[in-house]
Design a protein around this ligand. Structure first.
Ligand SMILES: O=C(O)CCC(=O)C(=O)O
Ligand SMILES: [Fe+2]
Length: 201
């Protein structure tokens, strides 16, 4: 595979379909979205409960939806705000490429290397059987780690660049876990938007 390819990259993985689109947005568009989303979002800093202990989530978040259905994960229930014009525009651009419709976007702000997203799968029942999740990255590039739940050799990482889109589909959320790890490097903020489709569970 070419190192600096602008082509869509398809990965040959067991039990997953993963597509990486390196320059989904131009760097100029990505800069503009990064700036406006950073400034206009009403960021939340929720508590999560893991094994009975309560912590602050290691990142800031916001949820936008087309209905007012709540979305729950890691013992948090989030009530969506209305999609902004800007998020609607991004959503339509992703729908045109993926031929899938989305009705929800979860936005994460990783302020620095201390912010992270631990090993998990996006397997909440509201997402349905084999969800398609489209993940847009803005700002600091961070590695996306993913590992198969039972095939131990299947552990990989992919650098998610400014303006890139990662599409996870097929059985990926059943068989694989993913994370954004902490780093001690001095790094800039990153925003990630995961477009999802909530269905009636
Ligand atoms: O920040 C990322 O690239 C991943 C976010 C993620 O996995 C999630 O919000 O479920
Ligand atoms: Fe996720």
């Amino acid at each position: 595979m070419e190192l600096f390819s602008n082509e869509n990259q398809y990965f040959n993985l067991p039990n997953a379909e993963l597509i990486y689109v390196p320059s989904f947005l131009s760097s100029h568009e990505a800069d503009q979205y990064f700036n406006s989303i950073s400034e206009t979002t009403n960021w939340r800093h929720d508590d999560i409960t893991v094994f009975g202990k309560t912590y602050k989530q290691p990142r800031l978040t916001a949820l936008f939806g087309e209905s007012n259905k709540p979305y729950g994960y890691s013992n948090i229930t989030m009530y969506p705000e209305e999609f902004t014009k800007e998020l609607e525009t991004i959503k339509e651009k992703i729908e045109a490429l993926s031929h899938v419709s989305f009705n929800t976007v979860l936005v994460n702000l990783y302020r620095d290397g201390n912010d992270s997203n631990g090993w998990h799968a996006d397997n909440e029942k509201e997402l349905g059987q084999n969800p398609v999740i489209a993940s847009l990255s803005l700002g600091q590039s961070r590695p996306f780690h993913f590992k198969h739940r039972t095939i131990k050799e299947e552990r990989h990482k992919l650098l998610l660049d400014h303006g890139s889109l990662l599409i996870m589909k097929g059985e990926m959320q059943h068989y694989w876990l993913h994370q954004i790890a902490k780093t001690k490097r001095k790094i800039s903020p990153r925003i990630n938007l995961t477009f999802r489709k909530l269905v009636d569970a």
